[in-house]
Design a binder for this molecule. Structure first.
Ligand code: PBG
Length: 324
């Protein structure tokens, strides 16, 4: 089966996230997990966001749940000594990224909706999102690695494997693999419409995932491309069996978000990325102004058609009651 509409209805937490019209219930908080213990390290350029070891992350998410923040997205920061040319660490069941998924699901089970990032860039020694063959990112070899990473996440208990790589055909390949392994309730969030944006800088510092040569132009979308390219990508991933279609970044592409939301029948997510977060947080607003800016930004995403909003502002927005 390629499309299983039940996946988005599987748990009450998923239903609240995907189908509620409330902005606060639509929010997903991103996290960066590192190996070690007792680590709670600030990220430069992203005030209020930390790299955390699993023990600290568990406490952070327990606190978030108390405040009503149930949806979380996990990115794994890999130490340089564990990186290699094919991102082996990303599918290693003994690495902290996968252990974190298991621990989070063991502690919080169906109370949370857990999205886990599936890409190679945080675990390759060259920082690219794919396997390099003859100086090019090889699409189909990369898809095989993405399948292995996605299956590892599914086995650890991820609710939605979140493919952020932009290789062609990866949703089909992952859906088929999930089916053949019996993971019939694991969702796929596809970064279907993801631009080669200059707004990812603070994230790449946080996750040490910058390419050491070249850029991501051969796979992420050209920032000059029009609506037809965005809709092609979105409909394609929907046909391939994605359960959620993502547009990324958010603020510079609100018009694209609206077009995509009108074109697809699956739920649509938007990623309010690190550079957008930085712009707000580092514009030196006073407390009152910052809260008003966050409120305004989140309303814009909802108005443009987002069912799900991934945002580093999620925690503050919910704790401070900035949106309903
Ligand atoms: C991994 C990935 C990136 C982001 C999410 N997943 C960076 C990139 O494509 O280089 C960016 C998120 C952000 O800027 O907040 N491929």
């Amino acid at each position: 089966m390629r499309v299983r509409p039940r996946i988005n209805r599987w748990t009450e937490a998923r239903r609240n996230l995907v189908f509620s019209s409330s902005i606060s219930k639509s929010l997903v908080q991103p996290h960066f997990v590192v190996s070690g213990k007792d680590i709670d390290e600030p990220i430069s350029g992203m005030p209020g966001i930390q790299r955390q070891s699993i023990d600290v992350l568990l406490k952070t998410i327990a606190e978030d749940i108390k405040h009503g923040l149930s949806a979380h997205m996990l990115f794994t920061v890999v130490e340089p000594e564990h990186k290699d040319s094919v991102a082996s660490a990303a599918s290693d069941m003994d690495m902290h990224g996968i252990i974190a998924v298991r621990e989070l699901k063991k502690h919080f089970g169906e109370q949370i909706v857990l999205f886990t990032d599936v890409c190679l860039c945080t675990a390759t020694d060259h920082g690219h999102c794919g396997v390099i063959v003859d100086h090019q990112i090889d699409n189909d070899v990369t898809v095989q690695r993405l399948v292995e990473i996605a299956i590892a996440h599914a086995e650890a208990g991820s609710d939605y494997v979140s493919v952020s790589d932009m290789m062609d055909g990866r949703v089909t390949a992952i859906r088929e693999a999930l089916e053949s392994k019996g993971h019939t309730s694991t969702g796929i969030l596809s970064y279907a419409v993801k631009y080669a944006s200059s707004f990812y800088g603070p994230f790449r510092d946080a996750a040490s995932s910058s390419p050491i040569f070249g850029d991501r132009g051969s796979h992420q979308m050209d920032v000059r491309s029009g609506y037809s390219e965005a809709i092609l990508e979105a409909l394609n991933d929907e046909k391939e069996g994605a359960d959620v279609i993502m547009v990324k970044p958010g603020l510079p592409y609100l018009d694209v978000l609206r077009q995509v939301a009108d074109a697809v029948s699956r739920p649509v997510a938007v990623y309010n990325v690190s550079g957008e977060y930085s712009m707000v947080m580092n514009s030196n607003p006073d407390d009152h102004q910052r809260k008003a800016m966050i409120r305004e930004v989140l309303h814009a995403f909802k108005r443009a058609g987002a069912d799900i909003i991934v945002s580093y502002h999620a925690r503050e927005a919910i704790r401070e009651g900035l949106i309903e």
